[in-house]
Write a protein that binds this ligand. Structure first.
Ligand code: FES
Length: 119
């Protein structure tokens, strides 16, 4: 993917179907950091792939983050549920905590992610 400083092109507008998720790597210092896109209710959001309970990745199958209802991001380790639009944990050990949002913007039809502050 095309990368410039702390930004990276992560796709094009409309290329992620409703209810789908897709991983990408953020260009952070040292090792890249995993993040993912989620299309919920027609809006695409991006989150760092790091649970707020234990700092580990959350996908239960490579690149899959939503539960069977496709309403919640679920952490594979202890089952925490996060709201895909806000990142708030609504159930599980880190309840009340928030995933780290990856800012997204569009430029033409390109979807561009920015490394969040602090990473
Ligand atoms: S590591 Fe995610 S809920 Fe425990």
């Amino acid at each position: 993917m095309e990368q410039s400083g702390r930004e990276i092109v992560v796709g094009t507008v409309g290329d992620l179907a409703l209810g789908e998720t897709r991983k990408f790597l953020l260009p952070t210092a040292g090792e890249p950091t995993e993040a993912f896109l989620v299309n919920v209710a027609g809006e695409v959001h991006a989150w760092v792939n790091r649970c707020r309970h234990v700092e580990i990745t959350m996908d239960w199958v490579e690149g899959r983050f939503l539960d069977e209802t496709r309403c919640w991001i679920v952490c594979a380790t202890h089952g925490a549920l996060y709201a895909p639009a806000t990142g708030e944990c609504v159930s599980g050990p880190p309840v009340g905590k928030f995933l780290i949002r990856v800012p997204l913007r569009t430029e033409g039809d390109r979807l561009i992610a920015t490394v969040p502050e602090g990473l």
